[in-house]
Design a protein around this ligand. Structure first.
Ligand code: CO
Length: 159
């Protein structure tokens, strides 16, 4: 495993639409391992492949319940809404309020190419939505309805 550099929001690569993962091979596993290591090292709760410069539809998330890897994820159901503060490892020092669904169902593949389905709510749902936005070149700062004062944020987590 190896740490990878996290790309800053000013880099155009974060604005591109990622392509579907087609091979569930050792190279993908290495990418996912590196992404997880990079996320944990940065004390983040999620990381999307474009944030390490790879334009493929893969994300890792850990909201405190263990590592979740989502390959080619699609949200198939979204209900309710919640508004809370978000940050991003690609936007250091920036925080903003974003409205997200309260409950979602996300269908994806695991690293072995097997179908997986997660029912997510609250913070987990927020995090999945945030990471999936990265796969389409979208950042939370695009959709935040209000930016927050960084000095008022103590231990918020970054995605
Ligand atoms: Co992010």
């Amino acid at each position: 495993m190896a740490l990878r550099n996290v790309i800053n929001k000013n880099d155009d690569i974060l604005r591109k639409k990622c392509r579907t993962v087609e091979k569930f091979d050792g190279r993908l596993h290495m990418l996912l391992d590196d992404m997880a290591e990079t996320m944990y090292k940065a004390a983040g709760v999620g990381l999307a492949a474009p944030q390490v410069g790879i334009l493929r539809r893969a994300v890792v998330i850990d909201v405190g319940e263990g590592l979740v890897e989502l390959i080619n994820p699609v949200i198939t159901e979204a209900k309710g809404s919640q508004r809370d503060i978000e940050g991003c490892l690609s936007c250091p020092g920036e925080w903003g309020f974003v409205e997200r669904p309260m409950n979602i169902i996300v269908e994806a593949f695991n690293r072995h190419g097997e179908e997986v389905t997660y029912k997510c709510s609250e913070y987990f749902a927020r995090c999945v939505c945030h990471e999936l936005d990265h796969l389409d070149g979208k950042l939370f700062i695009d959709i935040a309805d209000e930016m927050a004062d960084p000095d008022s944020i103590e231990e918020e987590q970054q995605k």
